[in-house]
Design a protein around this ligand. Structure first.
Ligand SMILES: [Fe+2]
Length: 384
């Protein structure tokens, strides 16, 4: 095998307990920030006030946009971009879950060019100009958006949830402080942790995997496997929280260089039609059927992932699926049901069409072609 790879993750990442307060000295990419957040927990827990205090002390101005929804919408992005244009903000701080950081990246694109958010997704508008720099401060461990160039935005009118991005949308600076994640409730800790793990699993089985992403992906899978159950059961365990946060950031780098696969395309379709379905929960629901389908396509990679999940004697690709089921059980999320979110079996045809149309770039990363019938079969096998 000839070794070849490209690697480009140009984000300065400051990782570790207490790192939020490094805002006191870290070089920031502008003089006036738009602080973008979902506005409930980040405000209640005092994170926004802490950021404001650091900015005040450094005489850096700011505005606040705090209406980002859990599945951020093109409307959120357009509102934030308007504030940037009207108030002279020259950088953006996205603080919160992936939704806030993804919105910050999308606002960076819209505010630095002409056009409304969705015009860029349909190709009517082009992102030609230099992006407005983004500082990412994740308060959840899952999306990895602090270490990649992608953002996912939902158009609720069209029932479309689409990933977008480009190298200029890597955050300029990401502050990953596990202290900010300590109060995430158990269920959400599990959903987000699985999202992180699926970024690495998919990046590892994708055609786009390379020797560097393989290292990061297997390490992230191992960290999630050995720490997520503890982070779910005992959210106050700082070491478990930090390990899961590190897995999320590593998985972001995997997404940056490799790719997610059709598993993410299939989930985006579910949560595009059912915005109340949390992304990580949607992934968990389809994951056992999905990986049972793909395990024979890349057996040696599934065996390596089973080993990363702690089965040192793994010899069969389906050993990975068994380990995945056990981890889902150990994290207390094996009772998720599509029917609880209003999804019907009669929807599968339309959901599969949507996954193929909006997620075509992820389907292209699959090592074995996935047909519409295959997608419907995976949805059906996952249904309960
Ligand atoms: Fe994801």
């Amino acid at each position: 095998m000839s070794l070849k790879f490209n690697y480009n993750v140009p984000t300065k990442i400051v990782f570790g307990k207490g790192s939020l307060d490094k805002l006191a000295k870290l070089k920031l990419p502008g003089k006036k920030a738009l602080i973008v957040t979902g506005g409930t927990s980040t405000t209640r827990l005092g994170y926004i006030d802490r950021i404001k205090a650091h900015l005040d002390a450094r005489e850096i101005g700011y505005e606040v946009y705090s209406k980002v929804q859990p599945n951020p919408t093109n409307v959120n992005v357009d509102e934030g971009a308007e504030i940037i244009k009207n108030t002279g903000c020259d950088f953006i701080i996205g603080i919160g879950g992936g939704s806030s950081i993804d919105s910050a990246k999308a606002m960076s694109m819209v505010a630095s060019n002409e056009g409304k958010c969705w015009d860029f997704f349909t190709g009517v508008s082009k992102s030609k100009n230099k992006a407005i720099p983004v500082v990412a401060i994740p308060t959840t461990a899952g999306t990895g958006t602090e270490a990649d160039q992608w953002f996912v935005i939902t158009n609720e009118t069209l029932n479309q949830k689409i990933g977008w991005g480009g190298d200029k949308f890597f955050p300029a600076l990401s502050i990953v402080d596990p202290d900010l994640m300590m109060s995430v409730p158990p269920k959400y800790t599990a959903y987000q942790g699985f999202d992180a793990m699926f970024h690495s699993i998919e990046g590892y089985i994708a055609k786009t995997a390379n020797p560097v992403t393989d290292l990061y992906a297997l390490k992230a899978i191992e960290l999630i496997g050995s720490n997520l159950p503890e982070a779910v059961k005992n959210g106050g365990n700082e070491d478990a929280r930090a390990a899961v946060a590190m897995a999320s950031t590593l998985s972001g780098m995997v997404e940056a260089i490799s790719s997610t696969t059709s598993e993410h395309a299939m989930e985006h379709s579910l949560s595009a039609f059912h915005p109340e379905l949390i992304h990580g929960a949607g992934l968990i629901m389809i994951s056992v059927a999905y990986h049972s389908h793909f395990a024979p396509a890349v057996p040696e990679r599934y065996i390596a992932m089973a080993k990363a999940l702690g089965n040192e004697n793994a010899s069969d690709p389906m050993d990975f699926v068994s380990a995945l089921k056990k981890l889902i059980d150990d994290c207390g999320v094996s009772d998720l049901k599509m029917s609880d979110f209003g999804i019907k079996e009669s929807d599968f045809d339309e959901l599969a069409e949507n996954a193929m149309a909006t997620g075509f770039s992820m389907l292209k990363a699959d090592r074995a072609a996935l047909s519409k019938e295959d997608i419907i079969k995976i949805y059906s096998e996952s249904y309960k």
